[in-house]
Write a protein that binds this ligand. Sequence first.
Ligand code: FAD
Length: 294
Amino acid sequence: MKIAELFTKKQPTISFEVFPPNKMYTLEKVYEVIDELSLLKPDFMSVTYGAGGSTRGNSVDIASKIKNINKIEALAHLTCIGAKKEEISSILTDLKRNNIDNIMALRGDRPLDRELENGDFSYANELIKFIKENGDFSIGGAFYPEGHQETNDLLDLFNLKNKVESGTDFLISQIFFENEKFYDFREKLKKIGVKVPLVAGIMPITNGKQIRRITSMCGCSIPTKLRKILDRYEDNPQAMKEAGIAYAMEQIIELLSEDIAGIHIYTMNRVESSKKIMENIGNILRKRDEKNEY
Ligand code: FAD
């Protein structure tokens, strides 16, 4: 099913993101993670894509497993930086051949460790237009409640509107740790007439060092309340995990009470935190399903 259609039948959706194999996760391990996450019955699962095509084969195979073996709707990420149109066309064919209906269309960032050729696309909106013209997919795009690092906030809003008008069916946010940032951005989008479903990206923190690295890379802020938790617990992995899950839970429960289109959990290929979160919102989701008669 196309995710755009899913949003017309069911809100809020709950979804998970996984990443393809790397030094720490073999393909078998990634498949185990997907099998365990599938038991939690998310509405869809997304699989990331290495900028410059570095994970191409695995990303399509993983999306195919999610869709065709685990029978969960799959959202395949695709980046366009350094890519030629022929390459993107062939990925679209691969995805369709594997029954994948949904693409998270991204620009990506130039990798620091290798040169990329100049490709045919400069920004995600060009990829989105190309996908619309060359395939029948539901398309998601990224947005940044605290703004994107490369552009000032006003210009970024304008670019986002342009990206939606190029054919984006729904938007998924960058991680954020203060719900107010998400609500403020949602208000701004409403004012400029952007009406697509907005999904909140939430990352349960399990490791203090990792989160400091990620936030410095993506430019999202760590509020005082979370900084205190990191300062207190980051040297105690078990306590850090508990505190991180509790923090994400608090964010999610508040977001769920605010008529949100969906929650997307950045699982970092870890199952335990997603399991705990799903256990804790079981009754909330049951209420949602009764209301949506899905
Ligand atoms: P764009 O929408 O192209 O925006 C990039 C910047 O360019 C912004 O500052 C924007 O304001 C500006 N801009 C946009 N259009 C124009 C224009 N026409 N003219 C001038 N400026 C313009 N990265 C990966 O490598 N793989 C993944 O799987 C992946 N998944 C992600 C999932 C989510 C939910 C998010 C939030 C990010 C993800 N990323 C991923 C990271 C993403 O690739 C980077 O954040 C990247 O810097 C921007 O990608 P974008 O698609 O938002 O780009």
